[in-house]
Write a protein that binds this ligand. Structure first.
Ligand code: MN
Length: 484
């Protein structure tokens, strides 16, 4: 069997989170709006209109480039990319070609096997998005120009990716960073972030790359991995059977679990790029670049490392707590409110908080409203001073997560305070030992099976609705059993 080398490169398009479109004041956030209600003379590309560059889009693109460890270029140039297609009313897209705003960066990923890899970013450039074609069942097509002219950044990786898993991780990591710094909404369902993946295989020992197949417009992390897994297998099988891989664009059909040929690159358009005459070259000063750098928050990798060193969290816990910046903020505020007890806060957030978010199907960001920092730190304080048992605290966490109630208030209202008083508990212990259900466990305990006492503790806990101090109950049970 021939061994093959796999080469993958990614191109990620991400909407830039601005109020207005790329080249005029037309509002950019058209979510939920009727088709063609967010259009303007400029975004429709009507003759005689002139584009004016969106300053905020440039700032956010530069920030994104820096967050991806790129150099921000002092000079970049806008170009026209010509292709006739109905979703592009001007007949050309304004983009950046040979002089992009950012170059030469990298992202770091960690595979499931624990290997850390650095994947090069060749460039990040700014461009405008197209409109949308909606193909109806009767073979007619409708056009919605709401998206036309909205700001995009395109991020192109170097062909450093070697497995479908790595491709998914790079896609996830870039999206995480863009959302983290506020440069993009990252909304995959709305296509605000989407990925094209190039993949080729070649027999080991062959120097030149194999024919490159491009899989277009994947808007799901899982699909990227599945599409590439399929495509690599398809190319290897083709070569093993003595066939030739054709350089082409293919689409991923999730419903069929395979890629399908769309158009061959042999007939690819000649885009005839040339500098956009209506927008002068973009000149960025050192001072301007420094301002953007100052705008950047602490990035996810740095924050994860700090969570490990400052709070003594495991890599895994620190990773989960820094997937989303708002969760990381919530965690740190809760640690401060809980007197610095990071381990305790991390356990509540990861075990109870994340469990409930998953069960209720909600995003991690609602944690701060469901269980506000003050509620969580109050609950932890009650547990740590022994006022309530952990069992009661877990029940309260869930109830308050759903209702928004303050757990400390519920403890007072319902008298849920932990019972540690020996006299009060001794009554419950004696009742438990007199319970017919206890007879078997008592026999076993007396017969030398000391773990049987756990069953008796359980009877007392149920009788006290979980409020009894389990340690005190155990001691009392031992005393009673010894004296009987
Ligand atoms: Mn593009």
């Amino acid at each position: 069997m021939t061994a093959y080398l796999v080469t993958i490169g990614l191109e990620i398009h991400a909407h830039i989170k601005t109020v207005s479109k790329m080249f005029d004041g037309c509002p950019a956030d058209y979510a939920g709006a009727p088709p063609n209600s967010y259009v303007s003379a400029v975004s429709l590309g009507l003759p005689g209109t002139l584009p004016v560059l969106n300053q905020r889009a440039v700032e956010l693109a530069a920030c994104a480039g820096m967050a991806l460890n790129c150099r921000v270029n002092h000079r970049s140039v806008f170009s026209r990319k010509l292709y006739p297609y109905p979703d592009l009313p001007k007949g050309f897209q304004i983009t950046q070609y040979d002089e992009p705003i950012c170059s030469d960066g990298w992202v770091e990923i960690r595979t499931a096997a624990g290997e850390t890899r650095r994947i090069g970013i060749e460039r990040l450039h700014i461009e405008e998005d197209t409109g949308r074609l909606l193909h109806a069942d009767d073979d007619s097509s409708l056009i919605d120009y709401n998206r036309s002219g909205t700001p995009l950044m395109e991020i192109v990786s170097r062909p450093d990716v070697t497995t479908p898993e790595e491709a998914r991780l790079v896609f996830e990591k870039i999206r995480q960073i863009l959302v983290w710094i506020g440069a993009s909404s990252g909304n995959l369902d709305e296509g605000a972030v989407r990925c094209d993946a190039n993949v080729s295989v070649r027999p080991e020992g062959q120097v030149e790359y194999g024919a490159k197949v491009e899989i277009k417009n994947i808007n799901s992390f899982r699909f990227v991995e599945r599409a590439l897994t399929y495509e690599i297998q398809r190319q290897i099988e083709t070569l093993n059977a003595g066939g030739t891989v054709v350089q082409e664009t293919r689409g991923w059909r999730e419903d069929l679990g395979r890629t399908e040929g769309q158009r061959s690159k042999e007939f690819a358009h000649d885009y005839r790029y040339f500098p956009e005459p209506d927008i002068p070259p973009l000149e960025l000063s050192d001072a301007w670049i420094a301002e953007r750098r100052a705008e950047l928050p602490e990035l996810p990798d740095a924050r994860r490392a700090r969570f490990e060193s400052d709070y003594g969290l495991s890599l895994q816990d620190a990773d989960l707590l820094t997937l989303d910046r708002r969760v990381a903020d919530y965690f740190e505020q809760a640690v401060a409110a809980a007197g610095g007890n990071a381990k305790e806060v991390a356990n509540w957030v990861l075990n109870e908080g994340f469990r409930l978010l998953k069960e209720r199907g909600e995003p991690a960001t609602v944690l701060a409203t469901r269980m506000p920092v003050a509620h969580l730190s109050g609950l932890i304080a009650l547990v740590l001073k022994g006022a309530i048992t952990r069992g009661v605290a877990k029940q309260l966490f869930e109830e308050c997560f759903d209702s928004g109630a303050d757990p400390a208030l519920l403890v007072t209202e319902r008298g849920l305070t932990q019972i540690s008083d020996s006299d009060a508990l001794r009554v419950a212990v004696r009742e438990a030992l007199a319970d017919p259900k206890a007879a078997k466990a008592i026999g076993e305990y007396r017969g030398g099976k000391t773990t049987a006492i756990q069953f008796l503790v359980g009877i007392v806990m149920r009788a006290t609705k979980g409020q009894a101090n389990a340690q005190v109950v155990r001691t009392l049970l031992e005393e009673e059993l010894a004296s009987q």
